[in-house]
Design a protein around this ligand. Structure first.
Ligand code: XMP
Length: 326
């Protein structure tokens, strides 16, 4: 019968048999799939695994800490953190076009990850080991979507961590290949992966970079992070986390509107709330959030977040609107 415990036992044995005494590398994004895959491989081979986490500075409040502290504390995994925040800001300077932003973020991500992977490989060599394997959190639906053939499940085109260069040749370890998302979550909980990671809603690889309409700057990121944190806090407090698929919070940095706050007129930016209900993100409906929850989020954001004087609700389904704004 299917239990998370059985799956873990089976995969641990399979991973040990596959890897032997070689070394393994895994990219961590903070999402459910890569975290559970890493925890499983860690359970199997311990310190033969090194995880790499690229902090591109486009994460939400608490997410980097969740990986750097909570995940490490829970799993004991060996983690290499790359602080690439300034590098991404520099690369994105002056860029407003959504597709250009996505390309830049994807390109920089691969470069940074590649460099880190090379360092891990070099370090391992000094210690007499060889890095031969790369862990990927491929799930069953990913396998089906991409045609199911060997090697084709190399991360949805959507994602940004794919496409490692040919001169870094790894074989893949994909311990979640037979599982659906709910099963992955069960395995994660059984492995002691922090609940905040196990139950995390989808968050795009390019992160907040595609939730600022306009140029990405440090100040705007801070503004958006503050607003996003308030929305998440209130949705959690209202017990709505499992009901909504995700709720992008978007800063319209290129739009200004007049407001009246405190002692006078302000000329600030709108924040958009985009709560959606969905089964698979291919289609989605806007979530009819309770008015009281919306009211609290709106009041708090306009009171607490500098430069924001208006909160608007996106009432568009997908199609025609995509879930993200960019
Ligand atoms: P859209 O905006 O296309 O989003 O309706 C569908 C789902 O995919 C997520 N998304 C991404 N995930 N890398 C990701 O890993 C990306 O570049 C990316 N773009 C969108 C989005 O959050 C939603 O869940």
């Amino acid at each position: 019968s299917w239990t998370a415990g059985n799956i873990i036992e089976e995969q641990v044995a399979a991973i040990r048999a596959q890897v032997g005494s070689d070394r393994v590398i895994c990219g961590l994004s903070g999402g459910v799939d890569s975290s559970v895959a890493a925890a499983l491989v860690q359970r199997a081979i311990g310190d033969q695994l090194t995880c790499v986490f690229v902090d591109h500075g486009l994460l939400r409040t608490g997410e980097a800490e969740q990986v750097e502290e909570d995940f490490v504390a829970a799993t004991g995994v060996q983690l290499k953190v790359v602080d690439a925040r300034q590098r991404f800001l520099d690369a994105l300077a002056g860029v407003s076009d959504p597709e250009t932003k996505r390309k830049i973020i994807g390109r920089e991500f691969i470069r940074v990850f590649e460099d880190a992977a090379r360092e891990v490989v070099a370090d391992a060599g000094e210690h007499g080991g060889e890095v031969k394997y790369l862990v990927q959190g491929t799930l069953y639906p990913d396998v089906v979507e991409s045609g199911g053939g060997e090697g084709t499940a190399n991360i949805k085109s959507h994602h940004n961590v794919g496409g490692l260069p040919d001169d870094l040749q790894f074989s893949l370890i994909e311990p979640l290949r037979a599982l659906f998302k709910d099963e992955v979550r069960a395995v994660g909980l059984e492995l002691g992966v922090p609940e905040g990671i196990v139950w995390r809603q989808p968050f795009p690889g390019p992160g907040l970079g595609i939730r600022i309409v306009g140029e990405v700057t440090q100040e705007r990121l801070d503004t958006l992070r503050a607003a996003d944190l308030i929305a998440r806090e209130e949705l959690t407090k209202a017990g709505l986390d499992r009901e909504i698929w995700q709720c992008p919070v978007v800063l319209l940095a290129d739009v200004r509107s007049v407001g009246v706050q405190g002692d006078g007129r302000t000329y600030g930016h709108p924040i958009v709330l985009r709560p959606v209900s969905s089964e698979d993100a291919m289609t989605a409906d806007w979530t009819r959030l309770p008015y009281e929850v919306l009211a609290t989020i709106s009041t708090r954001i306009t009171n607490e977040v500098k430069d924001v004087n208006r909160v608007v609700l996106d009432v568009t389904s997908k199609p025609p609107g995509t879930i993200e704004w960019e």
